[in-house]
Design a protein around this ligand. Structure first.
Ligand code: NAD
Length: 425
């Protein structure tokens, strides 16, 4: 198994990779294993719809600024399109398309009735006020509102978007279409969000790590872990790793990293980040660069930032036995190959970080039923879905004698291909 991230803002930024190339190669390889028909191959690779929009915003200083927004719908043969919306200054069409494609396979791996889509706005949220962010969000929904809907396409948070962003999206869409919380997931609980959604991706990463450790006969409670990115996914992955008995020795974010070989105090680090907005400056730890994180001795490495970070330069340095892809597309093609050749097991993104979309599915179900599940029920059902998915992927890996990443793709393509044969062809 393997992984990758795009580290764009750090001084030690790796060269930008095109995630679409990696995904196309994965797809071709898995399609070969499945002996997929040529026409189906072509159909499944082609996105259904791409919408590029302009979002004019009157900035707080009175100037008018035009932002570029995207919503790309890849495949909806198994259910409505589903995928997050990313705000980042490097968002572009290829990245959004790659992330949309990934959603199709992710929802299929965990066997929830959704397809794949993704959205993005090219902007730097660190330089925007709350008022400007609200205007961008409302403007974005105004422009894409006609192609989304609770039975069409359901957005969610991603990098630099959060519960507040979803609240604005729900409100804006509701102005045109009436009150409908099922239009987005990842909402605040007070507006129909699901209990457990905030933690779900990080929790799911650790549930996958637990399964992988069982498979590899590793005692998780005696392991050390390093986490790259300390936002939603990274901070909760660190929390649940500690709860499972592992020691989190290193963590980083866009500003830099911290290291303590005896184990970081993760609750204290989380409190520090809430205040300082960065891991940098955390007491009781050595301050390191983001690059140095790859050199740290550990058993488990969790990339939980952006794509394209595990490259031909960084993959040879990783000292972990297991890489758990919290981020989407963290490996470049070369990075992935190096990890595989070095015998490092990778839990692939479409399995490893699928806890978020799974609980988004539970949120959608609760909204449509106008009913609320307990947090215990959410976590229990999440565990059932992810365990089944991990075992299904492992079974494919064993049957075809292929790495877990390829196995996850084979499983996903099989499911989407079957639905397409029944519904479309
Ligand atoms: P977030 O915005 O909450 O956090 C991102 C973190 O990455 C921040 O700590 C940021 O400082 C850090 N970061 C950014 N650039 C970095 C760099 N160059 N080096 C080191 N750290 C850097 O985002 P998130 O929701 O936690 O998402 C993280 C990753 O997980 C993304 O790849 C996203 O697509 C993926 N993902 C998120 C979810 C979810 O539910 N949030 C679900 C599936 C996958």
């Amino acid at each position: 198994m393997t992984l990758s991230v795009k580290a764009s803002e750090s001084p030690a930024t790796p060269p930008r990779h095109n995630p679409l190339e990696v995904l196309n190669a994965e797809f071709d390889q898995a399609a070969k294993v499945l002996r997929l028909e040529d026409d189906l191959h072509e159909l499944l690779k082609t996105p259904y719809r791409e919408l590029h929009v302009q979002i004019p915003v009157r900035m707080d200083n009175g100037t008018l600024k035009i932002f570029k927004g995207y919503r790309i719908q890849h495949n909806a043969v198994r259910g409505p399109y589903k995928g997050g919306v990313r705000y980042h200054h490097e968002v572009d069409r290829d990245e959004v398309l790659a992330l949309a494609v990934l959603m199709t396979w992710k929802t299929a791996v965990v066997n929830i009735p959704f397809g794949g889509a993704k959205g993005g706005v090219e902007c730097d949220p660190t330089k925007l006020t709350r008022n400007e962010l609200r205007q961008i969000t409302r403007g974005y929904i105004g422009k894409i509102g006609h192609i989304i809907g609770p039975q069409r396409d359901i957005p969610a948070p991603d990098v630099n978007t959060n519960e507040q962003t979803m609240a604005w999206m729900m409100d804006e869409w509701g102005k045109m279409n009436g009150y409908q919380p099922a239009i987005v997931t990842g909402k605040p609980v007070a507006l129909g969000g699901s209990l457990g959604r905030r933690e779900a991706t990080g929790r799911g990463v650790v549930m996958n790590i637990e399964e992988a450790c069982r498979m590899l006969r590793i005692d998780l409670s005696r392991t050390t872990a390093v986490v790259q990115g300390f936002g939603n996914v990274g901070s909760f992955a660190a929390k649940f790793l500690v709860e499972a008995g592992a020691k989190v020795v290193g963590a980083s974010d866009v500003g830099g990293g911290v290291y303590n070989p005896k184990g970081l105090d993760v609750p204290a680090l989380t409190a520090h980040v809430a205040e300082a907005k960065t891991v940098v400056g955390f007491r009781d730890a050595e301050q390191i660069t983001g690059d140095h994180l790859f050199d740290l001795p550990c058993d488990i490495f969790v990339p939980a930032a952006l794509g394209g970070v595990i490259t031909e330069k960084t993959a040879p340095k990783i000292r972990a036995r297991l890489v758990a892809e919290g981020a989407n597309n963290p490996c470049t093609k070369q990075g992935d190959e190096i990890l595989r050749d070095r015998g490092i097991t990778v839990i692939p993104d479409i399995l490893c970080n699928a806890g978020g979309v799974t609980v988004s599915y539970f949120e959608w179900v609760q909204n449509l039923q106008q009913y609320r599940w307990t947090e215990e029920r959410v976590n229990e059902e999440l565990g059932l879905v992810l365990k089944k998915a991990f075992l299904d992927v492992h079974e494919q890996a064993t049957r075809h004698n292929i790495p877990h990443r390829a196995a996850a793709w084979v499983l996903a393509i099989q499911r989407v291909a079957e639905a397409t044969r029944l519904r479309v062809i």
